[in-house]
Design a protein around this ligand. Sequence first.
Ligand SMILES: NC(=O)c1ccc[n+]([C@@H]2O[C@H](COP(=O)([O-])OP(=O)(O)OC[C@H]3O[C@@H](n4cnc5c(N)ncnc54)[C@H](O)[C@@H]3O)[C@@H](O)[C@H]2O)c1
Length: 250
Amino acid sequence: MARFDGRRALITGAGSGIGMEVARRLLAEGADVTIADLDPWRAAEELGATPLRLDVTDAAAVRAVDDVPDLLINNAATCTDTPFPELGEQEWDADLASVLKGPFLMSQALIPRMAERGSGSVVMMGSINASAFFGNDAYSAAKAGLESLTRGLAVRYGPKGVRVNLVAPATIRTPIWDERLTRDPALMERLTAWYPLGRIGTPADVAAAVLFLASDEAAWITGTVLRVDGGLSAGNARLVSDILTEDYLR
Ligand SMILES: NC(=O)c1ccc[n+]([C@@H]2O[C@H](COP(=O)([O-])OP(=O)(O)OC[C@H]3O[C@@H](n4cnc5c(N)ncnc54)[C@H](O)[C@@H]3O)[C@@H](O)[C@H]2O)c1
């Protein structure tokens, strides 16, 4: 028997990147998967999932979602690269809306109904940008808010059988990086040097963590932040080299 046999999963932002990989793996492990995205069709057709055209920032559209899943993966997000001094109010609002308001709306619409049923598992897609500054002020502030929302929901709905956790990835090569890579094609190779595990991450690295937290193996885990970051937040080898000489790291 597969880990997710008979489970219904709804994944926002699964039309691309990490969410699509989570969808692929949940399907492979027996789940019925709905891909909720601004453009769900291509991914849904490729994977054999159910497409749901949904803008997670549209409160009326989110409230109209009538199918209550067993697993809710709040993954959709956008991210503006405009530096802080020029960051426009609309760009701020757009990042806050996709990163924080979307998961709020989805959670408020679906978690109470999961709780009525007495079970459910929710995984938020956070970022290491929530815990240290790596650029993208609006996106990062919103991801920090998402960690707080995760804890609040975990405490409120734990007694009703619903677990809420968050996965916080560092650099993962997905279409969200396309614009930056067009500007700077060698970017990924340069970033590799910052990662203790010697490479940037893949959607599969993140999907494995999401599936663990979503599954019954994590039955006594709620309100947690699981970093999937290749060791980035464990420390800074370049800084250590400067302090203690290169030899120290051999
Ligand atoms: N790629 C990384 O390096 C990285 C690192 C840390 C966290 N993350 C997080 O992982 C998640 C997925 O990112 P990705 O890299 O796969 O990006 P991506 O751009 O490949 O996928 C994002 C998906 O979200 C959808 N989407 C955007 N706004 C939406 C909305 N309002 N309603 C519905 N769908 C919407 C897009 O259509 C797209 O299919 C995001 O939450 C992102 O913040 C990514």
